[in-house]
Each structure stands twice: as structure tokens, then as C-alpha cells.
Design a binder for this molecule. Structure first.
Ligand code: DC
Length: 225
């Protein structure tokens, strides 16, 4: 059977990672949430006090950072220099910094290089902001996810609360608005929908309905190729 690359892009908190994981499991494909990679870099910058204006420190940090995804029955766990940091990636201090870190061209260059290596064998579902436009412009299937800002804020708020994170709905909403603004207006690879992407608005879709829709698209593309 033909192997393909599936690119899922879209705004913050639209459920891209949830869909990537479900699609990957249904198709027997690997799935990678590239937002976690940018979050791990932001975490490293926080831990090491790296200033976003210090080009030399950023260059050194990027050569010191090793990122590896490990598959577990509960999903992927990202290790940063040998330490499992998956549970730290949703922290609010990381969320507040990550869009600025992801706007730095040197950071993007290195993440995109690593992401393309992961796609060499295809059979991959990758989610992020620039997967269909920059990382894999030749991806056989591109999905662009969107949902109303209110639905997105509420979902992320519920997710954080379930993890015991102390946060208000208003803080989550402001963080999402701020990230949308930075992600769509940055000079390097701003978030935009690829011309050949399929738009899915999941404001009123259950995760199962969304998965059915995406699986149908994936199976069509696998047959067409
Ligand atoms: O998907 P996420 O919310 O975990 O992403 C975290 C941040 O990383 C988000 O603000 C934008 C950035 N990002 C990016 O610029 N490019 C990607 N491919 C993935 C994420």
C-alpha cells in the first residue's frame, strides 16, 4: 500500500495533536506534534536563561539541544537531552514564551531540518503551523484545522485544569489570542493555509466525527497515489 505524508496545520488549541495521534494510530503511521519541539526549545531557553536577542547563545543552545520522541502506550513522550519533559511542555511560562521562540529564524531552520528527516520514510502524520506550506509542501494530504476562539479557549482550559494547572479561562484566552497574533504575523513561515489544504472547522464536531472525516480523506489519498 502506498505510504503518504499527512500534514495537519491550524490555529492553537484546535486539537491538531489529538487528531494527528488518532489518525496515526488508525493508519499505523508515526505521528509528531512539532509544537512540542518548539515548546521544548522554549523550555530549554527558560531553564538556561537564554535571551531571545542573544544570537550567539541561541546558536550554541541549538547545537546543544537533542530532541527525541519515544512512543508509549499513552502517546509520544518528548525527551530533551535525555530527560522526559513531556509534562512540562504545557506549562504557562512555556506557553507564554513559545511563539516568540518559534519566530526566530535560526530555531525554525533547525526544527524544519529535523522534521524533514522524520519524513524520509513517509507513513507520517505531522502537525504544526507550517507543515503543509514549508516542511512538506509535497505532502499528499494537507488538513487545516480551525474552530471558534471560544471553543478553543475552553478546550485548552479544561485540558489544563484536568492536569491540575492553576489557570483562569481568561488567561488561557489571552494566551491563545497572543499566540494567534504572533503565529500569523511573524516574518518567517507565518501560519497560513496551504492552497491545496482541506479546511475542517471542528467547532461543532466531536473528536470521532473529525477523525472519520480525516480518515476518509486519508484513505482516498492513499488509493489515489
Ligand atoms: O501546537 P502548539 O500550540 O503546541 O505550538 C506551540 C507554538 O509553537 C505555537 O505558538 C506556534 C509554534 N509552532 C510553530 O511556529 N510551528 C510549528 N510547526 C509548530 C508550532
Amino acid at each position: 500500500m502506498k505510504k503518504i505524508i499527512i500534514a495537519i496545520d491550524g490555529y492553537s488549541s484546535t486539537g491538531k495533536s489529538t487528531l494527528a495521534k488518532a489518525l496515526g494510530e488508525a493508519l499505523g503511521y508515526r505521528y509528531i506534534s512539532t509544537g512540542d519541539m518548539y515548546r521544548a526549545v522554549a523550555l530549554y531557553f527558560l531553564q538556561h536563561g537564554i535571551a531571545l536577542t542573544d544570537e550567539e547563545a541561541i546558536r550554541k543552545a541549538l547545537s546543544d539541544i537533542e530532541l527525541r520522541f519515544y512512543r508509549t502506550p499513552q502517546g509520544n513522550r518528548l525527551h530533551l537531552n535525555g530527560r522526559d519533559v513531556q509534562d512540562d511542555l504545557r506549562r504557562m511560562d512555556v506557553a507564554d514564551l513559545v511563539s516568540q521562540v518559534a519566530a526566530i529564524p535560526a530555531v525554525r531552520r533547525e526544527m524544519v531540518r529535523q522534521q524533514r528527516l522524520m519524513g524520509q520514510e513517509k507513513s507520517l502524520v505531522m502537525d504544526g503551523r507550517d507543515i503543509g506550506t514549508v516542511v512538506f509542501p509535497e505532502a499528499e494530504l494537507k488538513i487545516f484545522l480551525t474552530a471558534s476562539p471560544e471553543a478553543r479557549a475552553r478546550r485548552r482550559y479544561e485540558e489544563l485544569k484536568a492536569k491540575g494547572v492553576e489557570v483562569t479561562l481568561d488567561e488561557v484566552r489571552r494566551n491563545i489570542e497572543q499566540r494567534d497574533r504572533i503565529d500569523t504575523t511573524r516574518a518567517d513561515s507565518p501560519l497560513r493555509m496551504a492552497e491545496d489544504a482541506v479546511l475542517i472547522d471542528n467547532t461543532h464536531l466531536s473528536p470521532e466525527q473529525q477523525l472519520d472525516c480525516a480518515l476518509e480523506l486519508a484513505r482516498q489519498r492513499i488509493e489515489d497515489c
